[in-house]
Design a protein around this ligand. Structure first.
Ligand SMILES: Nc1ncnc2c1ncn2[C@@H]1O[C@H](COP(=O)(O)OP(=O)(O)OP(=O)(O)O)[C@@H](O)[C@H]1O
Ligand SMILES: [Mg+2]
Length: 396
């Protein structure tokens, strides 16, 4: 069918034509944001899930929902190499400048901007990557101790007061939160905890890989009580069905029932894969309806496209020993696997493989659902590894 009209959108962070199966969570977040704005007790929310399940697009959609309700938002993505204060500071500044245009909040927002100036100046020693425009002179003693835990807390407090005056809330949407260093996470948790105790309208909506939950707990033992950790997973069959059928129908075409079932079977309901299969099934079909035969043909090109993009970007970041480790895991199937079993595949000691395993965890390729267990963070990565490194030469 006409590729120009193909509605599907495979790609990291690409908004899907139909955001299927996430309405409940969207409304949960929307309620939480409105409660926080009223000063009612609310937990910050951290969405956790594997690669490609739709965390980023969900976060963006929630941000739009929030903005539509007049909530002040900040959007950041934690990169692997920059510090949390460096990525937050410019966003806090933008939010405060917007708040300073509100008559009721103006003085408070300006005070918070002084706080930000002190914050940036004092922390620049430790976090040289902080770069932020300064609109006011610092107020001595306000958020300028040079200690992130203290200063972030003080800064979010004054910012939260400004938001309260403007009868809005200040909500940070942070993606890839698992990359934030543990001491920086600890500072963020403390600051949010303090704001919550004071019923200030400040909240975090975060997203990250499943290891995030454990990292938060290690950073601050009370973190697990302070946050909700909804799991973002593959779509259930009815949602997966509408992810494919609705966009097709919106273009005036149809998909046969058995074709839909096959797509769900092949993708296991994983959102990224659904977009890829939808796209290729559409392009393969010569006319509506899309048939089972079209899907069967499209599968090969969908897999090839995933191998070249979704899987490849991950694979290319690996060292040879990391590749071998993952290949050994793949030999054992989808997982999770015991460290001992992986080591046995490689005929090495578990302790000798420790550093490789740790690097893979910090790159976000694997995680540990339970002590001694190792699982892929990328769905169907085991199948990919067996495709890209076939045979058993890797054993030697
Ligand atoms: N609810 C959904 N229904 C249909 N398609 C979706 C849904 N959520 C996400 N997608 C599609 O899945 C793909 C991946 O989405 P996204 O980049 O948000 O995933 P992610 O969890 O952030 O992945 P990563 O961990 O790699 O950053 C995109 O092509 C997006 O359009
Ligand atoms: Mg993402």
């Amino acid at each position: 069918m006409d590729p120009v009209r193909n509605p599907f959108a495979p790609g990291a962070g690409s908004q899907p034509p139909e955001l299927a199966g996430r309405d409940d969570l969207r409304s949960t977040i929307s309620i939480a944001l409105q409660r926080t704005r009223l000063g009612r007790p609310t937990k910050s929310i951290l969405m956790v899930g594997l690669r490609g399940v739709g965390k980023t697009v969900l976060l963006d959609r929630m941000l739009e929902d929030a903005e539509a309700k007049g909530i002040h938002t900040m959007r950041v993505e934690a990169p692997e190499s920059r510090s949390l204060p460096a990525i937050l500071a410019p966003q806090i500044r933008q939010a405060l400048l917007r708040l300073s245009r509100n008559e009721q909040a103006k003085d408070y927002a300006q005070r918070a901007l002084r706080g930000l100036a002190g914050f940036a100046k004092a922390l620049k020693v430790k976090y040289q990557d902080i770069e932020v425009g300064l609109d006011f002179e610092p107020e001595p003693g306000l958020a300028d101790n040079g200690d992130l835990e203290h200063d972030l807390q003080a800064l979010l407090e004054v910012a939260g007061e400004a938001a309260r005056k403007a009868q809005t809330a200040l909500v940070m949407f942070v993606d890839e939160l698992q990359y934030v260093e543990e001491d920086e996470l600890a500072a963020l948790i403390t600051a949010l905890h303090r704001a919550a105790q004071r019923r200030l309208p400040v909240m975090l909506v975060g997203a990250g890989l499943p290891q995030l939950r454990g990292r938060m707990g290690r950073a601050k033992s009370y973190a697990e009580r302070l946050f909700d950790f909804p799991e973002i997973g593959p779509l259930d069959p009815p949602a997966a069905r509408s992810a494919i059928a609705k966009p097709v129908e919106a273009e005036g075409a149809r998909v046969n029932e058995d074709a839909l079932e096959r797509i769900i079977l092949e993708t296991h309901g994983y959102p990224y894969f659904l977009q890829e299969w939808g796209k290729h099934a559409w392009d393969t079909a010569s006319q509506s309806p899309i048939t089972l035969h079209d899907v069967e043909q499209a599968s090969a090109s969908a897999i090839a496209a995933l191998d070249e993009s979704f899987f490849r970007v991950r694979f290319d970041r690996l060292t040879p020993s990391e590749k071998r480790y993952l290949r050994a895991m793949a030999e054992l199937g989808p997982g999770p696997h015991r460290s001992g079993d992986i080591a046995e595949q490689l005929k090495q000691k578990v302790t000798a493989l420790g550093p490789t395993r740790n690097q893979l965890i910090s790159k976000g390729m694997i995680w540990s659902p339970n002590h001694g267990d190792t699982a892929f963070t990328v769905p169907l990565f085991d199948e990919f590894m067996r495709r890209i490194i076939p045979g058993d030469d890797w054993k030697h």
